[in-house]
Design a protein. Structure first.
Length: 187
């Protein structure tokens, strides 16, 4: 599935930033369970990060996460702020945890986007993440592709008149996703 998503994502990326090559990684132990990750685009530098990470975590969910740091956080932050309502309606949550490499969508790591006062204020990185539950397994490739298109369409060169992604202030849930919370409490 991730190889197919990689090809879909490549066709949807329209930003002026060179995205790098897609990378699929697999492992057996993310908090005790197997996982598969697709990173595209994937620009990981010491100070600057731009990545959209799609993760399948066995027994939990699929997730798609926009990870920004450094200059990319500065570039994308105004667009994210302007599109906040549409991103929240599509089910995106904002990273609130201190560890940028924690991916599980739990309350200690993520909060509903519309529940946070200031996006990115004083934080060294910014993460937006949405989940597609395992109950939507059959639909997952399409839903993940649509969520990726929403994130990829936020390139500052596509905004505000590029027509991709959600326009500022849009309240459209879209993609057949309900705005239900993705985060669960840790036991």
């Amino acid at each position: 599935m991730m190889a197919g998503l990689s090809e879909v994502y490549k066709g949807l990326w329209a930003g002026d930033i060179e995205p790098g090559n897609a990378k699929i990684s697999r492992g057996e132990n993310y908090l005790g369970l197997p996982w598969v990750i697709l990173d595209y685009p994937r620009i990981f530098g010491r100070e600057d990060v731009l990545a959209i990470r799609t993760m399948f975590w066995w027994g939990h969910a699929f997730s798609i996460t926009l990870h920004l740091k450094g200059k990319y956080q500065q570039i994308y932050l105004p667009v994210i702020v302007a599109r906040r309502a549409g991103l929240a309606a599509a089910g995106f949550h904002i990273g609130i945890g201190d560890d940028e490499w924690r991916h599980e969508l739990v309350a200690e790591n993520y909060a509903p986007l519309d529940a946070v006062d200031a996006i990115g204020a004083g934080r060294p990185f910014l993460k937006l993440s949405a989940a597609v539950g395992l109950d939507r397994w059959v639909e997952a490739p399409q839903l993940l592709g649509e969520l990726f298109d929403l994130l990829a369409g936020m390139s500052p060169t596509n905004y505000p008149s590029g027509g991709r992604g959600l326009s500022p202030g849009s309240s459209r849930v879209g993609f057949g996703l309900s705005p239900r919370p993705c985060c669960r409490q840790n036991p």
